[in-house]
Design a protein around this ligand. Structure first.
Ligand code: KG4
Ligand code: ZN
Length: 343
C-alpha cells in the first residue's frame, strides 16, 4: 500500500538528460512534469555540457508547471527532494543547487535521493505495489543491477555490470546502425518488425550475478564491419532483423541472471525498473516467465520507466519518514552507490 503520511513533497530530477519535477501529497502523486532534451538526438549519446545548459534553462518552468498542476502553493510544501546521484556532475549540480536554494528559502527539510533507489520505488507510485521481499532488475543507460529489496528503504545490490550498462549496449549499437539517441527506443521499434537471425553473436555471460556488456558491443561492431565489406547496404537492408537479434541477445543475457538469482534467493516476486524496462522484448519475455515460473511480475508503467521525478518523490516520501535529511552543504555524488551485498 502507498504510505499515507500527511506530507507535501516537491521532487526534482536532473541526473542525465531529463529535467523533471513532481509533487506528492499524502503519498499520492499530484503532478509530474518531464522536459526531455532533444538536443542529444544527433550525437548518439548525452553530451554532458549541453545537458547542464538545458537543465539550467528548463528547471524553473518545469517546477512551476508541476506546482501549478498540483494546485499546491509553494508555502504548502513540507520538504524538497532532489537526485543527489548517480549521474552527470554538471547535470546534478543544477538540480542540487536549485533544491538547496528553495529548501533554504522556505526553511523546510531537504531530502537527498539515490536515482537507482528511486527507479525501484517507481513501483510504489500506483497499485498494485510489489510485496516484500522482491528482486528487482534495474536496467538503465548507466546501470545494470540485480537488487534485493526487503523494504522501501532497505536495498542491497546482489549483482551488477562490471563494464557497460545494458542501456549503453543498446545506445552504442544504435549509433553503429546510424539510429538517433536514445538508441534503445529505436532498436526496440525496428526489432518489433524484424526476425531474430543466427548471426552468431557471443552469449553474454559472467560469474555469479554480475553482468558484462562490453564484449557484445565489440562483437556487434566487428560483425557489422565484416558484413558491410561483403555488401555495403547490409545495414539498410537488414535493419529490422539486426535490431531483433541484438535485442534478443541482450534480453536473454538479462533474463539468464534474473532467473539464476530468483532461484538462488527463492523469490517469486520480481520487478524490473529503469529506462530499458520499457523494452517491449524484455516486457514480453517477463510476461511469459511469470506463467512459466509462477512469478508475480511487476512491470513499471511506461511513463515511470525512464527518468522522472515522480519516482524521486516516492523515494523521498519513505526517506522523510526515516528522517533521512541533508543540509545546505550537500553536493552532488556522481557515483553515489547503493549498498552492495558483501560476497
Ligand atoms: O533510466 P533512464 O531513463 O536514464 C538513466 O538513468 O540512464 O534510461 C535511459 C536508457 C537509455 O539507454 C535508453 O536507450 C534506454 O533507457 N531505453 C530503452 C527503451 N527505452 C529507453 N532501451 C530499450 N528499449 C526501450 N524501449
Ligand atoms: Zn534513470
Amino acid at each position: 500500500m502507498p504510505p499515507t503520511a500527511s506530507l507535501n513533497i516537491l521532487a526534482i530530477e536532473s541526473s542525465c538528460d531529463e529535467t523533471a519535477a513532481a509533487v506528492l501529497s499524502h503519498g499520492k502523486l499530484l503532478s509530474h512534469v518531464v522536459a526531455s532534451q532533444s538536443v542529444h538526438e544527433t550525437y548518439g549519446g548525452v553530451v554532458p555540457e549541453l545537458a547542464s545548459r538545458a537543465h539550467e534553462k528548463n528547471i524553473i518552468p518545469v517546477v512551476h508547471q508541476a506546482l501549478s498542476m498540483s494546485k499546491l502553493s509553494m508555502q504548502a510544501l513540507d520538504a524538497i527532494a532532489f537526485t543527489q546521484g548517480p549521474g552527470l556532475l554538471g547535470a546534478l549540480l543544477v538540480g542540487t543547487s536549485f533544491a538547496k536554494s528553495l529548501a533554504w528559502s522556505l526553511d523546510i527539510p531537504l531530502i537527498p535521493v539515490n536515482h537507482m533507489h528511486a527507479h525501484i520505488l517507481a513501483h510504489f507510485i500506483e497499485e498494485p505495489t510489489p510485496e516484500f521481499p522482491f528482486l528487482c532488475l534495474t536496467v538503465s543507460g548507466g546501470h545494470t543491477q540485480l537488487v534485493w529489496v526487503s523494504s522501501p528503504t532497505d536495498l542491497q545490490v546482489i549483482g551488477e555490470t562490471q563494464d557497460d550498462a545494458v542501456g549503453e549496449a543498446f545506445d552504442k549499437t544504435a549509433k553503429l546502425l546510424g539510429l538517433p539517441y536514445p538508441g534503445g527506443v529505436y532498436i526496440d521499434k525496428h526489432a518489433q518488425r524484424g526476425k531474430v537471425q543466427d548471426y552468431e553473436l557471443p552469449e553474454v555471460n559472467m560469474e555469479g550475478f554480475d553482468f558484462s556488456f562490453s564484449g557484445i558491443k565489440t562483437a556487434i561492431l566487428y560483425f557489422l564491419r565484416k558484413q558491410i565489406q561483403k555488401d555495403a547496404d547490409f545495414i539498410t537492408k537488414n535493419i529490422d532483423d539486426i535490431c531483433a537479434t541484438v535485442q534478443d541477445t541482450l534480453v536473454r543475457a538479462l533474463l539468464r541472471k534474473l532467473i539464476q538469482a530468483a532461484e538462488a534467493y527463492k523469490v517469486k516476486h520480481i520487478a524490473i525498473a529503469g529506462g530499458v524496462s520499457a523494452n517491449s522484448g524484455l516486457r514480453k519475455a517477463l510476461h511469459e516467465l511469470s506463467h512459466e515460473k509462477n512469478w508475480t511480475v511487476h512491470l513499471p508503467k511506461l511513463e515511470y520507466c525512464t527518468d522522472n521525478a515522480a519516482m524521486i518523490a516516492m523515494a523521498a516520501h519513505y526517506l522523510y519518514k526515516q528522517g533521512s535529511f541533508t543540509d545546505i552543504k550537500a553536493t552532488p555524488l556522481p557515483r553515489m552507490p547503493l549498498p552492495v551485498l558483501s560476497k
